[in-house]
Ligand binder design. Structure first.
Ligand SMILES: [Zn+2]
Ligand SMILES: [Zn+2]
Length: 235
């Protein structure tokens, strides 16, 4: 099984990422991928992209070197109400919105508070993907969150970069994936790449999903067509 539409990629618009959109497109073409999404950090991150970056993504061609480019953001979750750091008028113009907790913008609290914030974020109609849910300092009630994801049609992300960073995150991702399997909740598998060579590099996440016999029909980015259908995007 391969991921042909990597929906979480950071470009040089984020200070800690090192490749341009063109470099990602060329590498995706070399890897025979169909698509990727440009999802830089929202403006509240120290190295987030300026708000103008998101407003001007319209100038990026839809297809580069045969690869479809989706325009998006990885927004920061800012408070327990589930506020994120881009306004609706910008979010509505983008294809893919990931909402993630980053500790610099939302300090770890209690499991109860983390659950509350995730449930609140899922009420935002502009959010598509709940980013890197397996991070260990952010425990939450997996059953409650996964059930609400199904109800609100949000995708749970299994994030390959997080698994690479720390072994313990793998365990947490397994628990989340098992709950998604049990409740038949759609997911995405993303690289969260910060350099073009890592695009679509999600082998560890696929291994994890294979180890629990996860139904691949529930993985919404194995092809561009499937991703577009779920995200309700017409090219
Ligand atoms: Zn992130
Ligand atoms: Zn990211």
């Amino acid at each position: 099984m391969r991921i042909l539409a990597d929906l979480h990629c950071h470009t040089t618009a984020s200070a800690h990422a090192y490749s341009t959109i063109k470099e990602y497109a060329d590498m995706a073409a070399e890897y025979s991928m169909e698509a990727f999404a440009v999802t830089n950090h929202g403006p509240k991150s120290a190295d987030g992209a300026h708000i103008y970056h998101f407003g001007n993504l319209v100038v990026v061609p839809r297809v580069i070197n045969g690869v479809t480019v989706l325009k998006g953001a990885e927004c920061n979750i800012l408070d327990s109400d589930g506020t994120i750091d881009l306004p609706p008028n910008i979010l509505e113009k983008l294809d893919v919105i990931i909402a993630s907790i980053h500790q610099a913008e939302y300090a770890p609290k209690s499991e109860k508070e983390h659950t509350k914030v995730l449930l609140n974020v899922m009420d935002n109609p502009n959010v598509h993907i709940m980013g890197h849910m397996g991070r260990e300092k952010m425990p939450f009630d997996i059953e409650k969150v996964v059930k609400k994801a199904k109800e609100t049609k949000k995708l749970i992300e299994i994030n390959s970069s997080s698994i690479k960073k720390e072994g313990r995150i793998l365990e947490r991702c397994r628990e989340i994936a098992l709950a998604c399997k049990k409740h038949e909740v759609p997911i995405v598998v993303n690289s969260d790449c910060h350099i073009c060579y890592d695009i679509g590099n999600v082998g560890n996440a696929i291994e994890l999903l294979d180890s629990i016999n996860f139904d691949k029909n529930l993985i919404m980015n194995t092809s561009l067509e499937k991703a577009l259908e779920f995200l309700n995007i017409r090219l």
